[in-house]
Structure formats: C-alpha cells, structure tokens
Design a protein around this ligand. Structure first.
Ligand code: ADP
Ligand code: MG
Length: 436
C-alpha cells in the first residue's frame, strides 16, 4: 500500500514537471528531469533540487508556475518548497552560490565563445584562475544583452569551485548603492565598509548606475582603493567604456582603466547559431540545424532576443518532445526573403570606395599602400558587422583574401574605433550611408 502511494506521488510529480514545461517554457531547463519529490503531504509538495543554485533559481523564477501546474494536475491548492539535496550541499563553503544568487545557467561551460567576446571571455577565465594578479581591475563593457552579467556570474562560480574559502561579493551597482544608503540610515556604515573592503573578489555589475550619485561614488572610490592596495580582485561591467560614461568623475574612470578594459560586441551569425543550439540543448528542446540557422538569421540585435525567440518557438510548438521544424520557425519569424535591410558586401564596397575616392578594383588588388589598405580593412570590418557573411566570404569579395586577414582587419579597425575619434566618426558616417 505504502509503495503504491509513493509510486502515485512520483507519477503526479512527473506530470507536474511536464506541465511546468508547457506553462513556462522560458524558465524550463533540461535538469528539471533531475528534480525529485521529497515529500507530498498536507498540501505541501517538497522538491529536492540537485544543488543550491538550482533551488535558488526555482524559488526565484518558477514558484508560481510550479504552484499552478500542481494545482492543475492535482485539482487542489498546493504549496511548494524547493530545497537542495542535503548530501551535496553539506560541506559547502560559507558563502554559497545561492547566497550570492548566482544563476545556474551562467557558467563558462554554457558560454559560447566567438570573435565578438573572445577577449572578454579569455580575460574572465584568466582572472578566475589567479585573482588579483592578472588584470586588476577587469572592466567589461558592451550593449545590453550581450553576456556581461553571464560572464561575471561565471567568474564567481569558477572561483568558488576552485577556492571555496575565498571571500567574495557579487552585486549589481544598484544593490551596492541601495545597501550603502540603507547602512547610512541604519547607522551601520562601519559594518558596510568592512564587508566590502575586505573581500578577495568584488564583482559589481552595471557600474554606469553610479553616475550622478556622488556620495556613493565616494564610497565606491574608497572601496576600490582599499581592495586595489591589498591586491584584491575587482571586476566591473558597464554598458559603456569608462571614458564614455557621462558624469563619472575622472578619478574613478581613470582607475577603471588601470587594469584591462575589454569590450563585447554583437555576435556574428555563426556565433548566434551556436548560441541558439546551446540554449536549446540547455532547455531540453530539439531543434534542427536549419531552424537554428533561421533564428540566427532573423534575430540579430542581441542574445536576450535570441532566447526570447526560442521561448516563443517552444511555446508555439506546444512543448512537444519532437524536433521543432522549420515551418514553425518560419511562421514565427517570417521567411528568409523578408530579412532586415539586406545589406550586401557590394553595397559596402560601393559606399566605402566613393567615400575614400578609390576604385573597387584597388581594394581587390594586391596593393598595400596606406591609402588602399585602410579602406579595404574598413570594408572588411563593416561587412563583418553589417552582414551575415562569413570571414571567408568577405575575404573572397575583397580580392580572395583568407579569413585570418579579414579577422586581423576587423581587430585593427575595432582598436582604431576606440582610440581614434576621426576613424570613429568616419565609421558612423559610412554605416549611415550604407544603411540608407
Ligand atoms: P548583459 O549583462 O550584457 O546585458 P546578459 O549576461 O544578461 O547580458 O546576457 C543575456 C542573455 O544572453 C543571458 O541569458 C545569457 O546567458 C545569454 N548570453 C549572452 N552571451 C552569451 C554567450 N556568448 N553564450 C551563451 N549565452 C549568452
Ligand atoms: Mg547585465
């Protein structure tokens, strides 16, 4: 009899998990299959999770969908409690990932590396291998949805795995400011200071939030100095480069540049395909290469939107266990013919040659004078950023150059774009003309 009950509960639980996947595809993950029922009695369903991060994730993101699913399956009001598997968490260090609120998905393993983020990724890995000695501070910047927060979580996770005793704090700049204000109000400034000025690793996300907050800037400045002087690692992110964040004082922005400043760019087509594939595996969705390529071709703005498209796709497909076909992707995103502005490499060559007063044949020739090399490299850079063509294809259009030449050109122009105002404004103007 007992055994039978347990079996029933297990089946009910499996049905609940399946229902959650339908109700909440955005937050469903493949590891939901590893969840187990701990106890179900008196209207309370207790669920055992593989680790504290997943328990935290479920608690924060999935409580309501689990409650809803449980209600639909059992026909009763059910409350849910998530907890980590005791066996796994018993000997965990004092500051666990859950206390830091690390996202279970945001690991180095789950991060797809491409030309747009290679340097940022490599520097994060390097920092997590030797705190305080490689790049200090490490400053990562880029537009929204390109993976900054993901990388910061990964640094904390990796550090905690390698060095469980390390003292670290991870927080958004907004939290830092709010806690600072709360500490002033509560008269606990001494505790606040000693908490943040004595860690081995301080990670602060979105430091652009500091602008126009003078008192917090002051506190942050002293925190920075205390940590830096003691060779403790500081990692920062922002949506702009330090020198581009308006109304931050020089003494702060100059310190942000003491270590390494690295940028994340929008992902290229190949990287987007790889990300779609990785994310769908993570969610336990089956999609064909064709579908991944279709999504990557249609959704180009940022990675958060790519994930949004996957979620809609999953919802449209009705969370089937079968592979999602191209027909559904086309229904959702439209077909190939309607893609964006459809800028071609030929358009780019036309605009660039007119602008610099050179002939297309010059760009395709072997000539290496500066007056030719620069427009050629700019063509490569723009083609890389404005079209979905591969490095090989771009090289092909510019006199049959190989992909390493194109990559080198892109890197060089990227550097110039940051250091040379003249080039920067030329690039803006060219992009405008090409997009018209
Ligand atoms: P940001 O902090 O720069 O605004 P996030 O780190 O929040 O961006 O990233 C947005 C989403 O895109 C996250 O779900 C993240 O996992 C995903 N993402 C970004 N870059 C990558 C990448 N290279 N590989 C896999 N996922 C990525
Ligand atoms: Mg972020």
């Amino acid at each position: 009899m007992r055994k039978k009950l347990a079996q029933d509960a297990k089946e009910i639980f499996e049905a609940i998990v399946e229902r959650v996947k339908v109700l909440d595809p955005a937050n469903s993950r493949r590891w939901f299959d590893d969840l187990a029922i701990k106890n179900f009695s008196g209207g309370l369903l207790e669920i055992t999770c593989p680790d504290t991060e997943s328990a935290g994730f479920l608690q924060d993101n999935c409580s309501s969908s689990f409650t809803r699913a449980a209600q639909q399956i059992t026909g009763h009001l059910v409350s849910i409690k998530f907890s980590a598997d005791g066996k796994l968490t018993k000997n965990k260090p004092s500051v666990s990932a859950a206390e830091l609120r690390l996202h279970p998905d945001y690991t180095f393993d789950n991060f797809v590396v491409g030309p747009c983020n290679r340097l940022a990724h490599a520097s994060c890995v390097a920092v997590s291998k030797s705190l305080g000695t490689t790049y200090n501070p490490l400053f990562i910047y880029g537009s929204a949805g390109l993976g900054k927060t993901h990388l910061l979580h990964a640094i904390c996770r990796e550090t905690r795995n390698n060095l469980p005793k390390v003292k670290m704090q991870f927080l958004s700049c907004e939290e830092f400011v709010n806690r600072f204000i709360a500490a002033i109000e509560a008269g606990s400034l001494t505790e606040f200071k000693s908490l943040y000025r004595t860690v081995d690793l301080l990670v602060i996300d979105d430091v652009q939030f500091l602008r126009e907050r003078e008192q917090s800037q002051e506190e942050f400045f002293h925190t920075f100095n205390a940590l830096y002087d003691n060779r403790r690692q500081i990692v920062l992110s922002a949506d702009d480069a330090p020198w581009q964040i308006p109304s931050l004082p020089e003494r702060l922005t100059s310190r942000f540049r003491w270590g390494l400043v690295t940028r994340i760019d929008a992902p290229t087509y190949e990287t987007r395909v790889a990300i779609v594939q990785k994310k769908s595996r993570l969610r336990g969705m089956k999609i064909s290469d064709e579908v991944a390529e279709h999504i990557a071709g249609k959704v180009t703005a940022n990675i958060r939107e790519l994930e949004g498209a996957l979620t809609s796709l999953y919802a449209m497909a009705g969370a089937t266990s079968e592979e999602i076909g191209l027909d559904i992707a086309v229904k959702l995103l439209g077909d190939k013919e309607t893609t964006g502005k459809n800028i071609s490499i030929t358009d780019i060559i036309k605009v660039v040659t007119a602008y610099y007063d050179v002939r297309p044949a010059d760009l395709q020739s072997k000539r290496r004078s500066q007056s030719i090399t620069m427009p050629r490299q700019i063509c490569m850079y723009l083609a890389r950023n404005l079209t979905n063509h591969s490095l090989e294809e771009i090289g092909g259009h510019l006199g049959g150059r190989d992909h390493t030449t194109v990559m080198h050109a892109c890197e060089k122009i990227t550097e110039l774009e940051q250091s040379d105002d003249k080039i920067q404004s030329q690039l803006v103007e060219l992009t405008k003309r090409i997009s018209r």
